[in-house]
Design a protein around this ligand. Sequence first.
Ligand SMILES: [Zn+2]
Length: 101
Amino acid sequence: MRVQQEIKVCGDCLQAIANGFDPNFCGWDGETAAAVESGLDRLGDHVVAGDGELGFCRSACECCNRPEYGERYEAAILGTETAAQSEEPAALRQPSRLLRL
Ligand SMILES: [Zn+2]
């Protein structure tokens, strides 16, 4: 697994990424829980919390997409290279094989 993309997330999302999504434990209101959950769904299963604090940012959280300014933390989306690489060579190989026939 390699880092595919580094993202900046808010404290709520960092907590969910690090500890698992549990709105009851986190004490979020419905809106926060829904935003975080949909963000996690969109990012997939391979999000991990980084160990960096990025400080105060004016950009939206890249997980839940809430635009409020605030502290952002490092997180990363991991991926296996197979997803991108297994499809491409096959697609590239196909035409040349046809040409040789
Ligand atoms: Zn967030």
